[in-house]
Design a protein around this ligand. Structure first.
Ligand code: CMX
Length: 466
């Protein structure tokens, strides 16, 4: 309570309208007081529920594991608790209990805006409750106030060679931000385990606040001659500040980024980025180190880098076949990709068995804002052609497009043609889900993760093969 009262008095003292984005010390005047108080309440309830559930059902069996699953990337094995979202193979992602069409309708928007504010999704992921616009605004303000980077991180970013991939720069800068970790400091001071979630929560807010600043600095350094990212406006939302730092002033691009940052945020706990964050966090590495680990996983071409790969592939298709390729020519191009041993980027999924709702919502956006864009038309043409070919291949379990098949097309329409940067945007969004989950991991006191691995010989003995 004392902590909350302290925050309130600091909030009322805050008067400054804009702050330099690269200030040395983050300002923490609003501190998301209401969000933290609500979360504390939810955590208390959930801790009781989980305790009593484990007492009664702790020894119940929840599934069995086959030898194929052990070799097959642990597909389908129930072995993780993630409270923030659930992925259904047919219906797609549910953030808490809400589908993408539902959150698009229910989450607060800017006045006159059509897309949800990702701050609202963060609130929902953390607490399970749909926030009001006022509550969302308090999160926007907190993030704007905490967006500053430590000077050593700015120096580091400004000195990276231009051929270092944006994702490597992103991950390295996040790692270096751990000088600011409140969790690491509190841990070293020996705070009680029951308070770990509070320090993780503070780091989660700081981390999310700083990511657009890091991303925009990388973008400006690589593609805009190192020009200044400008100032953060504490009265603007997270996405509006982000697009302004990137150097874009089209309100529709900001709307796109609001949608983009909302839908890429979370995809339950077993995907490479979310699982890496959870795994590293389980060693009580601080949230910066944990999230950087997730970003190194997101940078893989079978995961988040696929959004870059899709646009590289589409551009090659356009270059090779020209603007008005026939259906036959496109089919041949797809087969050529497959026969050369490559995957068709943006298609397939480890869990989904239908078109990704994140693809559908981006298609909706394109139909509204860029129906005549040639690249969008090509993407629509591929939607009709690729699934049938992947089915014919005979081994692909899900022939339908995933989130990455569409995102680059929208970005290039608004002038963001630097494909190597696309996964960084995915990464900024992924912090919403993974950081929320880290808070819950610590709140539920989840232990260090340590599944059992086997040798082939050990497995053979186990199943009686030798
Ligand atoms: N193109 C060609 N082959 C594909 C394919 C695709 N889009 N998707 C799956 N396959 C192949 C797999 O490579 C595998 O082949 P092998 O048995 O020869 O190794 C076979 O089909 C079976 O794979 P699966 O069980 O259907 O898919 P997985 O769960 O193993 O992999 C995924 C899922 C996403 C890695 C895969 O579909 C893929 O590589 N897609 C293209 C890359 C992509 O879009 N990734 C982004 C996913 C979303 C995200 O994380 O951002």
């Amino acid at each position: 309570m004392a902590l909350i009262r302290g925050c309130v008095s600091r909030l009322s003292n805050y008067t400054q309208k804009t702050i330099p984005a690269l200030s040395l010390v983050s300002r923490n005047s609003s501190d998301a007081v209401e969000l933290k108080a609500l979360l504390a309440e939810k955590i208390k309830e959930e801790q009781k529920i989980v305790k009593s559930f484990r007492e009664q059902y702790g020894s119940k069996v929840v599934g069995e594991v086959t030898v194929d699953q052990v070799y097959g990337g642990m597909r389908g094995i129930r072995g993780l608790v993630t409270e923030t979202s659930h992925l259904d193979p047919e219906d797609g992602i549910e953030f808490r209990d809400f589908t993408i069409p539902q959150i698009r309708k229910l989450l607060p928007k800017t006045p006159g805006g059509g897309e949800p504010l990702p701050e609202g999704l963060f609130w929902l992921l953390l607490t399970g409750e749909v926030p009001t616009l006022e509550q969302v605004k308090s999160v926007s303000k907190t993030w704007a106030e905490r967006a500053g980077l430590p000077s050593h991180v700015v120096t580091m970013l400004n000195n990276f060679p231009s051929h270092l991939h944006p994702m490597s720069q992103f991950s390295a800068a996040i790692t270096a931000c751990n000088t600011e970790s409140k969790f690491a400091k509190a841990y070293s001071e020996g705070v009680p385990k029951a308070t770990y979630w509070e320090h993780t929560f503070e780091d989660a807010l700081d981390l999310i606040a700083k990511l657009p600043t890091i991303a925009a600095t990388i973008y400006r350094n690589l593609y805009k001659d190192g020009s200044s990212i400008g100032a953060i406006d504490v009265n603007k939302d997270w996405s509006a500040n982000f697009t302004s730092m990137l150097g874009y002033d089209d309100p529709n691009f900001t709307e796109l980024i609001r949608l983009y940052l909302t839908i890429h945020s979370d995809h339950e706990g077993g995907n490479v980025s979310a699982h890496s964050v959870h795994l590293v966090g389980s060693a009580l590495s601080d949230p910066y180190l944990s999230f950087a680990a997730g970003m190194n996983g997101l940078a893989g071409p079978l995961h988040g880098l696929a959004n870059q790969e899709v646009l590289v592939w589409l551009r090659k298709l356009q270059k090779d076949l020209g603007p008005d390729a026939s259906e036959e020519e496109v089919k041949e191009f797809v087969w050529k990709t497959l026969k050369s041993g490559q995957v068709v980027p943006g298609y397939g999924h480890a869990v989904l068995r239908r078109t990704d709702p994140r693809y559908i919502v981006q298609r909706d956006f394109a139909l509204k804002h860029l129906p005549d864009d040639p690249m969008f038309k090509l993407v629509s043409q591929l939607y009709k052609i690729v699934p049938q070919i992947l089915l014919e291949l005979g081994k692909v379990k899900n022939p339908w497009p995933n989130v990455d098949a569409h995102s680059g097309v929208l970005l290039q329409y608004y002038g963001m043609t630097e494909m190597q940067f696309y996964t960084v945007l995915f990464g900024v969004s992924r912090a919403l889900g993974t950081a929320s989950s880290l808070v819950w991991d610590r709140a539920l006191g989840l232990p260090i993760e340590r599944p059992k691995s086997m040798t082939t010989e050990g497995l053979m003995k186990l199943v009686g093969a030798i």
